[in-house]
Design a protein around this ligand. Sequence first.
Ligand code: SF4
Length: 379
Amino acid sequence: MNDLKSLLDELVEAGSNPKKTVLKSMQDTKKEAVGCFPIYTPEEIIYAAGYLPVGMWGGPTDLKLADKYLQGFCCSIMRSNIEYGMKGTYSFLKAVAISTFCDTLKCICENWKVAVPEIPLIPVVYPQNRMIEAGKEYLNEEFKRVAKELEKLSGKLITEDAINESFEIYEDFRAAMREFTVAVSTHLNTIDAKTRHLVIKASFFMDKKTYTLKIKEITKELNALPKEDFNGIKVIATGLIAEPTALLDILVENNIGIIDDDLSQESRGFRVAARKEGTVYERMVSRIVDQRGCTFLFEEAKTRGAMLIDMVNKHQADAVLVIMMKFCDPEEFDYPIYKEEIENNGIPILYVETEQQMDSAEQIRTRIQSFAEMLTVEV
Ligand code: SF4
């Protein structure tokens, strides 16, 4: 138990202090870092190029400089990232990689070049329709183009051995994360909503090999404990990111546990294993092709609602918690569709709107408290 506690404390600390963790990881690995904007940035290629890929998920900051480039209705993650970039917070980065899933991300590429010219940019352009052959071929070529850009940056070739090894490290990491989330689902007293989030978040700031060893150890320790009876409210969290931290504190205060998630910063990043066949780049493409129910990847038949309902039934969860980052258009467009499906199945759903620069979380507190009271009465 002591081992478990100290490992959890270590990763919670790492997830709570991104910059400190990244600087330590750089020192430990003797690698330069490349920043990865959300979402689906192909970290494996960056790792294979000899860099330390690190997540860039914004954070709380006073927005003063970013408004020169981004309007007030842009999502707060991107406003924070540009603000941090312009303030010099990211000066230790060798480059940044930005994928272009939404209108904001498309513009951010151009904004970054002007606002933070000292940190080179590597754009990663995903196909609009990844299901068709042309989409798959395009993405395969795009990953190879990103590899070439990284080779130019480092002045070294990415060997086949390096990319194969890196991909296996990431597949091992993703499998370990899937096992961790399963173990958490039966240990919600030991792993509350905030701990779950911060432990997962730490993975973005550490070397993946080092992190994977620690998360495997945590899962082993959890699985050695008896399954726990959780007398609180079990929710499936969906959205981009379970932040700010004040939101997680409120969940913990109200005895609400996250039994599983459909969040971009969490399970969406590791729930799909690559297909076994094909070249390493084809296998990378297969992970994106096989992803379902994600707002950011086009689906003619929207499957997110059915997926969330399945998750609720599988875990006998009490509700779906929608964490909506203001003003993330793709997430907002999906909401009315899956909300109706979930409600038609008699599943309670709570929508909370968040941003990273929130002065007060009191509105969220009131909504969550009322929801928790309502569910407790129903139970
Ligand atoms: S709008 Fe959504 S997907 Fe686009 S950058 Fe902002 S948070 Fe990310």
